[in-house]
Design a protein around this ligand. Structure first.
Ligand code: ATP
Ligand code: MG
Length: 437
């Protein structure tokens, strides 16, 4: 992408409405624009990151055996009357009437709708287990939307729902998702700690929040210090290995970590305990038959009896993660994207677009990198070098390639690693080789 064509409205000044660094940097890097309180338009750069995160979430859900579908944002109030949550949910729910005076709502979550989809076709234990998910916008009329996309009113969530015959099977489904979550966050370069959590208004039996530590986190959390080094992805462990997944879950949950509400200091030696602030990026629940009983979602078991299905639900805050990843990866000059979610692979800076030889070297390199399948943001604007460096650091692509008239003459370029700041003089061919590797 040529920057001269790209819609990238960066800001030099810090917007005063932004209280935390990720919000500031997302506005300054031209990733989002607020359209109403807690509601954002995703501009091209922000949209690319959102899609990358969404894709990692999708791939890891698929690997764990969940199946993607897509439910609508608008739901009928009647479904929520069946579960009893239409009244319980309160002011956070955005309620709407259609022209026929029917009550609708903008979904804050989808337990009721998925239960309805399930019950309309599944009749037998032979159709179980199932895990269905979608990645869809939610609306919650938060009392205090703040911190940009971290606590929005409209936000993108991945929500999965598991259906099993027995409580044992349902616990296994929960454990698989637990592993899938740890793998998902690790791929984004995040260390997310699963913490025992309260089941809250979703209700139920077992729940973990996945929390990344950051000074700006909204909640106080407690964890054993060993979490900071622990390998949490269980490399090589297959989703088919029920027993080993159970063991992995036991191992992970035996190391202390808890949200504020669940914290019990006697469970962890004081000297090993870290008290920190955290951002909730995911939340999983095993709630049993709460919805299936209320909504009559039943199957016939092996003995021919009709029983309600055992359910769990599993959320990931896809749009919140964009802010969360920035909270965990930035410096004084701007964002420092992990490669897996970076909006482009490489930023190419042409220091002197009016210089013919310099532009030719840049244009050639741009084409060659694209041939290698690299997504390149090419700063070909005829503007001051200082501003170009600042913009490139601000938007935080992992690699920068800088070419000026003098280096172009020698067939050289400067390669800079955004994270370490390390710079290297390389021939243009070596740049292509290095980036392709
Ligand atoms: P919180 O405690 O932060 O209000 P929650 O517990 O109400 O979140 P869940 O119902 O568990 O949220 O939703 C699943 C995930 O969706 C959360 O883990 C979080 O990452 C994300 N999420 C929830 N509310 C918001 C919001 N207002 N803006 C952005 N993401 C959100
Ligand atoms: Mg939650």
């Amino acid at each position: 992408m040529r920057m001269s064509h790209y819609f990238l409205p960066t800001l030099k000044e810090n917007p005063k409405e932004a209280e935390i660094v990720s919000h500031r940097l997302m506005l300054r890097a031209g990733m989002i624009k607020q359209t109403s309180a807690g509601i954002y338009a995703w501009l091209p750069l922000g949209h690319k990151v959102l899609k990358k995160i969404e894709q990692i979430v999708r791939e890891e859900q698929d690997k764990a055996g969940a199946q993607e579908l897509l439910m609508p944002t608008l739901q009928s109030a009647d479904l929520w009357r069946e579960s009893g949550r239409y009244d319980d949910y309160g002011e956070e729910m955005l309620r709407i009437k259609d022209r026929g005076d029917r009550d609708l709502l903008y979904g804050p979550t989808n337990e009721e709708m998925i239960t309805d989809i399930f019950r309309s076709s599944v009749r037998s234990y032979k159709d179980l287990p199932k895990n269905l998910y979608h990645i869809q916008w939610k609306f919650r009329d938060e009392i205090r939307p703040r911190f940009g996309v971290m606590r929005g009113r409209e936000f993108l969530m991945k929500d999965a729902y598991s259906f099993d015959l027995t409580a044992d099977d349902a616990r296994h489904a929960y454990q698989r998702m637990f592993l899938a979550y740890l793998r998902t966050f690790r791929r984004m370069g995040l260390r997310a700690i699963p913490m025992r959590a309260d089941t809250g208004p979703i209700g139920g039996k077992l729940s973990h929040e996945f929390i990344i530590l950051a000074e700006t986190g909204e909640s106080e959390v407690y964890a054993h210090k060993d979490w900071m080094e622990k390998d949490t992805t269980a490399g090589g462990l297959s989703y088919d290995d029920k027993e080993k997944i159970g063991e992995f879950f036991e191992e992970m949950t035996s190391l202390y970590a808890a949200t504020d509400e669940m914290h019990d200091a006697s469970a962890c030696p004081e000297g090993d305990l870290i008290k920190a602030r955290g951002i909730e990026v995911g939340h999983i629940f095993y709630f049993g038959t709460k919805y299936s009983e209320a909504m009559n979602a039943t199957v016939q078991n092996k003995e021919g009896e009709i029983v309600p299905v055992e359910m769990g639900s599993y959320g990931i805050g896809v749009s919140r993660l964009v802010g969360g990843i920035i909270e965990a990866n930035h410096d004084d000059n701007g964002i420092v994207w992990p490669e897996s979610v970076s909006p482009f692979d490489i930023g190419l800076i042409n220091l002197k677009p009016r210089d013919e030889a310099c532009s030719k070297a840049c244009d050639d390199l741009y084409e060659k990198l694209k041939e290698q399948g690299k997504d390149v943001l090419y700063d070909d604007r005829d503007t001051q070098a200082g501003g170009k460096f600042a913009d490139m650091d601000l938007i935080g692509l992992p690699w920068q390639v800088v070419i000026g008239p003098r280096s172009a003459e020698k067939g050289m370029a400067e390669l800079k690693n955004r994270k370490t700041g390390e710079k290297q003089e390389l021939s243009l061919e070596s740049v292509v080789e290095r980036m392709a590797a």
